[in-house]
Design a protein around this ligand. Structure first.
Ligand code: MSP
Length: 646
């Protein structure tokens, strides 16, 4: 019989910033299904990686004063470290700068070009660099040219470009989506994608000429391949497409691509069309999960509200974080991260319900049976319902995990945890222990409790990393839990006559107030230290500098301000908008000499009235007071108005 395989992917991450808890969310979710399939005996392939090309990365590297490759190498190392700390058990990590990937992407491009699915044309339109997305006028609302996804200003792009004939495949794609209801999940997002395709697909610009950090177009060295064509192909280049036929045939098509809702469109429109054009089968499913927001909105570095997963792991341990991510927000919907809710979950579910069950049960085995697991013998009236619930829980948990309903799966498991705690209250082992005649009953009760814990330990293996192992260790069956598969979830799997190894409670309770007090103290000390260094050296931080939005503008009009000797009123073009600024340069420049001159300006300065005239920004100039000289700062060569200065 052919081996059962299961191929799951996360998106490959941009190494433009450090990862936050929202990124960890996607990866933990993919890890859970991969671990579950492992338990069920599948040959599982779990792929993650990094998406390293494109203008955004090139600019970031430039800002950091590094070569792009060095820049991404450093950040990718932090990704790998984070996944290790979180216990992400991926099988393969692809980097889009891997030679093999780059070569195969070129082959893909070449094939599509040769079969005339890619052709040369001219692109004119709007581009969002942070999202690496093209937008047409009709896709934008109102006059403001901002990205519909991230709300940041768009850049006007006019360049020769290769185009991918997406329109040719639109009907076929629509039919596939309609015929395969599970292809896009959850349902609401599927409908969104259908309407998007029904509103018409344009051919996609798939090459750029204005920067170099990308894979060269194989038929034209002036162009680099559009970063999404490069990135999406990772799912097949990593599986040996065009290189290792047996690996490719083994794993492709993928069983599931797990992605955030923001990139669902790329995965359910561009990606399937690339595959159709290559005559390859489509993945079984693309699942678009919701956003994990911070209590103050979408996490972003500029808002300063990103939650650092490493800090959380250090403070609470990786299993608490994994549990929280999978339990708190129903997978698919948006959810809010809050430290209060995390601590609440740790205290109630992990410490109180699970931690207590383990600790209480083991304490009684120590006390009444000198730490030896007793044999089950005489039954009590409460046993059968506990066993029944164990079997039902195993079945329901499996059904829920298969559909990625992790929250529900964990709810089912916790119902069983609570039921086992209730079983202690019902059977009252301390009362049974008083009478020697009840010795067998007492042994059965304790056996059943430990057996429940064994089952819980295995059921938690898809979700948590250290806890199942710790439960196994304390029960004296470390190896059995480590090697367990789903079949071992049948009742009576616990060997008796083993010696338990009771340890510390697995999740100590956390005092919310104390936690915050300590955090504040620590943060206060850290900030003070940083301030002292800055004060001592008279330096500002990089973040402070980044707050200033410096841009190049072109002067369109200039005139003297009446009654003022020093001031000029300038109208400037900032690319996406016009601004009026007042500048104290009248002693050095004649208005007419300034027309068409490019200047550098602070674009995010609070507007002010100077001599009764509105000023929306500040021009930068260098002054030599001794010689009474002044010169405005201009770029060394002409550049598009609005270009950021960094
Ligand atoms: N590089 C592209 C993906 C290319 S896949 C062929 C990308 N990278 S990313 O680093 O910006 O995002 C990676 C994943 O993290 C995406 O699935 C994205 O939706 C997810 N998340 C980023 N922030 C998130 C939250 N705040 N909440 C949940 N997921 C979020 O996109």
């Amino acid at each position: 019989m052919a081996e059962k395989t299961f191929y799951v992917t996360t998106p490959i991450y941009y190494p433009s910033d450090r990862l936050h808890i929202g990124h960890a969310y996607t990866t933990v979710a993919a890890d859970a299904i991969a671990r579950y399939k492992d338990l069920r005996g599948y040959d599982t392939m779990f792929l993650t990686g990094s998406d390293e090309h494109g203008q955004k990365i090139e600019r970031k590297a430039d800002e950091a004063g590094k070569e792009p490759q060095n820049y991404v190498d450093e950040i990718v190392a932090t990704f790998i470290d984070l996944w290790d700390r979180l216990g992400i058990d991926y099988d393969q990590f692809i980097r889009t700068t891997d030679n093999n990937h780059e070569e195969v992407v070129q082959e893909i491009f070449k094939q599509l070009y040769e079969q005339e699915d890619i052709y040369l044309g001219k692109y004119e339109g709007w581009y969002c660099t942070p999202c690496e997305t093209f937008w047409l006028d009709r896709q934008l609302e109102g006059d403001e040219k901002v990205c519909p996804d991230c709300n940041r200003p768009l850049e006007w792009v006019e360049e020769e470009s290769y185009f991918f004939k997406m329109s040719k495949y639109a009907d076929r794609l629509l039919k596939h989506i309609k015929d395969n209801p599970k292809f896009i999940q959850p349902e609401s997002r599927r409908n969104e994608m259908i309407s998007f395709i029904e509103s018409g697909l344009d051919d996609l610009s798939v090459s750029r000429t204005t920067f170099d950090w990308g894979i060269e177009v194989p038929v034209d060295s002036d162009h680099v391949i559009y970063v999404w064509i490069d990135a999406l192909s990772n799912y097949i280049t990593a599986m040996g497409y065009n290189r290792d036929e047996s690996k490719f045939n083994k794993y492709w098509p993928a069983d599931i691509h797990i992605v955030g809702k923001d990139i669902l469109r790329f995965h359910t429109i561009i990606w399937p069309i690339i595959l159709m054009a290559l005559d390859l089968p489509l993945p079984d499913q693309v699942f678009g999960h919701g956003w994990l927001l911070s209590d103050t909105g979408k996490m972003s570095k500029s808002r300063g509200n990103v939650v650092d997963p490493i800090e959380l792991i250090n403070d609470f341990g990786r299993d608490a974080i994994r549990y929280y991510l999978l339990r708190e927000v129903s997978f698919g919907a948006d959810g809010t991260y809050s430290t209060e809710a995390l601590i609440q979950r740790i205290n109630s579910d992990l410490a109180n319900d699970l931690g207590n069950l383990l600790h209480r049960s083991l304490s009684m085995v120590e006390k009444y049976f000198s730490g030896e697991i007793p044999e089950p013998a005489a039954e009590t009236e409460f046993d059968s319902s506990l066993k029944e619930l164990a079997a039902i829980t195993v079945e329901k948990a499996a059904d829920e995990i298969e559909e990625l309903r992790y929250t529900k799966a964990l709810e089912e498991i916790w119902q069983f945890v609570r039921r086992a705690n209730k079983y202690i209250d019902q059977t009252e082992p301390w009362v049974l222990a008083r009478d020697e005649n009840n010795r067998e009953k007492l042994g059965t009760v304790l056996y059943n409790l430990l057996e429940s814990l064994r089952i819980i330990g295995i059921l938690l293996k898809p979700f948590l990393v250290d806890t199942p192992a710790e439960i196994g260790k304390q029960l004296g069956i470390q190896k059995e839990i480590k090697d367990a598969s789903w079949q071992d979830l049948d009742w009576n799997g616990l060997p008796s006559n083993r010696t338990i190894a009771k340890g510390e409670p697995i999740f100590p309770r956390i005092d919310l107030e104390k936690y915050y007090e300590e955090k504040e103290k620590l943060n206060g000390a850290k900030e003070k230290q940083e301030e002292e260094i800055v004060e001592e050296e008279g330096l500002i931080s990089f973040n402070d500098f980044q707050e200033v939005d410096l841009r190049i503008a072109t002067i369109i009009e200039a005139e003297k301000i009446e009654d003022s000797n020093k001031l000029l009123k300038l109208q400037v073009d900032l690319g996406t908008e016009k601004r009026q600024i007042v500048a104290g340069i009248a002693n050095y420049y004649q208005p007419e000499d300034l027309i068409d001159k490019q200047i550098m300006m602070v674009a995010n300065l609070e507007p002010a009235k100077i001599f009764g005239v509105k000023s929306q920004g500040m021009l930068l100039a260098a002054r030599d007071d001794q010689n009474e000289e002044l010169t405005v700062i201009s770029p060394a060569k002409p550049i598009k108005a609005g270009s950021p200065v960094s």
